[in-house]
Design a protein around this ligand. Structure first.
Ligand SMILES: C[S@@+](CC[C@H](N)C(=O)[O-])C[C@H]1O[C@@H](n2cnc3c(N)ncnc32)[C@H](O)[C@@H]1O
Length: 281
């Protein structure tokens, strides 16, 4: 159980509802990149996100930015779906979603039996998530364990106490979460992931490919986005490819724009994230 079961996510937790809103919209499209049948229920159960903020009706630039974010979230959701299904296909039976938010992969992807999936996020987000899932009657297709923890603190201990086995091959996902951490906290997160990873373990994450031209940087430069942008801490300052290679990972970079084109999702004038997949040597 997690505390605060009546609470609705606020602050950084509210960003999880924003991502669910975008996945709900994608699921309604013709030929969607994925179908998330739970996303709309999360959105319906929450107050409008960033209620006091500007609306896209007020500001065409904001409308363009929102469309770009929507495409970026859809592309990255599909990317991580494929990454996890490939890991499962290659025999990996342990999955950890860091900053899982309202991710429903435990429910909507097809998992081999005996897959153990851990979802880590702050208590407020997970309490809200469990409440909505109980209302809609969601049943996971794997063994699913939620771990309420702060990724800036001793989350490793909480994960190990929840049954995570560091000797087993794992597929880690850090989806849309590093920008909410400071450089020091991103270091702490990735050092801890490295320490908990046995040979053959994989990690996937996203990072802005041209930081000063990224969606987040563009949004940060818009005064109307001040409240939202104040939550972005920048994530890892170092080049993540070099950082991971120096710590015993073989890294592959996936061009975000090429992936968006492959999935037929343009993001207009905005630059996208690149994706990294890394394998523990
Ligand atoms: C933009 S959402 C992404 C959620 C999910 N990965 C997805 O793509 O839908 C960022 C998530 O990171 C979580 N998060 C941010 N900082 C965190 C921290 N210090 N500890 C735990 N979770 C955190 C937020 O609560 C939120 O759920």
């Amino acid at each position: 159980m997690v505390a605060g079961s009546d609470a609705t996510p606020s602050g950084v937790g509210e960003t999880a509802i924003g991502a669910a809103m975008m996945r709900a919209r994608e699921s309604l499209r013709d030929h969607p990149l994925f179908d998330d049948p739970y996303a709309a229920a999360f959105v319906a159960a929450a107050p409008p996100v960033f209620e006091d903020g500007p609306t896209t009706d007020d500001d065409p630039e904001l409308a363009r930015l929102e469309a770009a974010f929507e495409a970026a979230v859809s592309v990255r959701t599909r990317f991580y779906d494929e990454y996890l299904l490939a890991a499962a296909g290659a025999g990996c039976r342990q999955v950890v979603l860091l900053g899982a938010g309202l991710d429903t992969r435990a429910f909507r992807l097809s998992w081999p039996s005996a897959t153990q999936l851990f979802e880590l996020d702050i208590a407020e987000v997970l309490a809200f998530k469990e409440r909505v899932l109980a209302q809609v009657g969601g049943e996971p297709g794997c063994r699913r364990t939620i771990v309420a923890t702060d990724l800036r603190a001793d989350w490793q201990r909480a994960l190990l106490a929840a049954g995570f086995k560091s000797t087993e091959r794992t597929a880690w996902v850090a989806e849309g979460v590093l920008p909410y951490l400071s450089n020091d906290d991103a270091h702490h997160l990735l050092v801890s992931v490295s320490e908990l990873s046995s040979s053959g373990t994989t990690l996937a994450l996203d990072q802005p490919c041209i930081p000063e031209d990224s969606l987040l940087a563009r949004a940060q430069a818009m005064p109307v986005m001040e409240d939202v942008a104040s939550m972005w801490q920048g994530g890892l300052d170092d080049n993540a490819i070099l950082w991971l290679r120096a710590r015993g990972w073989a890294v592959e970079a996936i061009d975000g724009a090429a992936l968006a084109a492959q999935y037929a999702r343009g993001i207009g004038a905005f630059s996208n994230s690149d994706f990294l997949t890394a394998t523990r040597l």
